[in-house]
Design a protein around this ligand. Structure first.
Ligand code: NAP
Ligand code: ZN
Length: 346
């Protein structure tokens, strides 16, 4: 099946309209007509070549919401007409200890991601900036009724990537949680941590978005450009989720952790980060990382969002403005996720 898409022809080049081939619907596959696809900063790192060489032309997009148009003969979990979501994970081995535990994102044989991955049939995956996609049913999520679909798309990456560490490190009542960077991931981290009952502080470069941060559910908001912030908040937090797409001064943020606190990096800057062991040792602090979340946990997150009335704050755009949207993300001028209306690709 030949479908319309937006692709980067080569690393660092602007995205342009193209067509790509989607595989025939296999016995365990679902054909999805895409309604919306979110723009994640990972798409930008990837197409700019910041994470190393990738196969081009490359169609980014791993925050997809759409309607099931066809299911394979062996699919019992999804039906035609149903609204579904697809995130980063589109396949994994299903047999290793990570997969068996439901942590497919840590598949020991390597996960297959929505784009720029070699699928288990040897083809290269192409992402969601497209009109249709074919995905193994085991990686297709059910979208609960009652959430506006454009606001659901970003949950498939930004939502689960922040939900998973918040749960893993026990965000909840009585916990002090800080979120570094108020972009796509950051604004979901604020909403989710607040809904989990934690006390939430935003650490942003400036106070420009303070009003938004408080509206999203933060209890406090500080500018990291003000050195006073680091003295005032020293030793305060149980958990800090760092969503910044660039490298940060890790020791400065570690110093904000209480005894046994954890700084969890979900931001994935291309440059290495450095840590002074003493900052960790002095208060038994942890410096950790976390990758998206497993399929079961992603469904749990979607259900949690439906229950709490949460979606992303989105700006819906036409596909032809995707390059401008990238520039605005790079300038930290996103409020708080760009979402492509896939009908503009038809
Ligand atoms: P985003 O919307 O661009 O948000 C990043 C935020 O970081 C910005 O809004 C800005 O917030 C802050 N920031 C940007 N540049 C900065 C700098 N030089 N210094 C300090 N702060 C800066 O990006 P996103 O889509 O949320 O993604 C964030 C990062 O997470 C990316 O690196 C992405 O690849 C990664 N990611 C990882 C996973 C995973 O599984 N671990 C999943 C998805 C994305 P303020 O304006 O508030 O300062
Ligand atoms: Zn993403």
């Amino acid at each position: 099946m030949r479908v319309n898409a937006h692709a980067a022809p080569a690393a660092g080049e602007p995205l342009t309209p193209t067509t790509i081939e989607r595989r025939a619907v296999g016995a365990n596959d679902v054909l999805i007509e895409i309604e919306y696809a979110g723009i994640c900063h990972s798409d930008i790192h990837t197409v700019r070549g910041e994470w190393g060489p990738r196969p081009f032309p490359l169609v980014p997009g791993h925050e997809v919401v759409g309607i099931v148009r066809e299911v394979g003969a062996g699919v019992t979990t999804h039906r035609v007409g149903e609204r579904v979501g697809v995130g980063v994970l589109v396949n994994s081995c299903g047999r290793c200890t990570s997969c068996l535990r439901g942590d497919e994102q840590y598949c020991l044989e390597g996960t297959v991601e929505a784009y720029a991955s070699t699928d288990r049939d040897g083809t290269t995956t192409q992402g969601g900036y497209s009109t249709h996609v074919v995905v193994d049913a085991g990686y297709v999520l059910h979208v609960p009724d009652g959430i506006e679909p454009s606001t659901v798309a970003p949950l498939l990456c930004a939502g689960i990537t922040t939900y998973s560490p918040l749960r893993h490190w026990g965000a909840g009542p009585g916990k002090q949680v800080a979120v570094v960077g108020l972009g796509g991931l950051g604004h979901m981290a604020v909403k989710l941590a607040h809904a989990m009952g934690a006390e939430v502080t935003v650490l942003s470069q400036s106070l420009k978005k303070q009003e938004d941060g408080l509206r999203l559910g933060a209890d406090a908001y500080f500018a990291t450009s003000d050195p006073d912030t680091f003295t005032q908040l020293a030793g305060r937090f149980d958990l800090i989720v760092n969503t910044v797409s660039a490298s940060i001064d890790v020791d400065a943020y570690l110093s904000l952790l209480a005894v046994d606190g954890a700084l969890v990096n979900v931001g994935a800057p291309p440059e290495p980060l450095s840590v002074n062991a003493m900052t960790l040792i002095g208060r038994r602090r942890t410096f950790a990382g976390s990758s998206i979340g497993g399929i079961r946990e992603t469904q749990e997150m979607l259900d949690f969002c439906a229950e709490h009335g949460l979606g992303a704050d989105v700006e819906v755009i036409a596909a032809e403005t995707v390059n401008e949207a990238y520039e605005r993300v790079l300038a930290s001028d996103v409020r708080y996720r760009f979402v492509i209306d896939a009908s503009t690709l038809r």
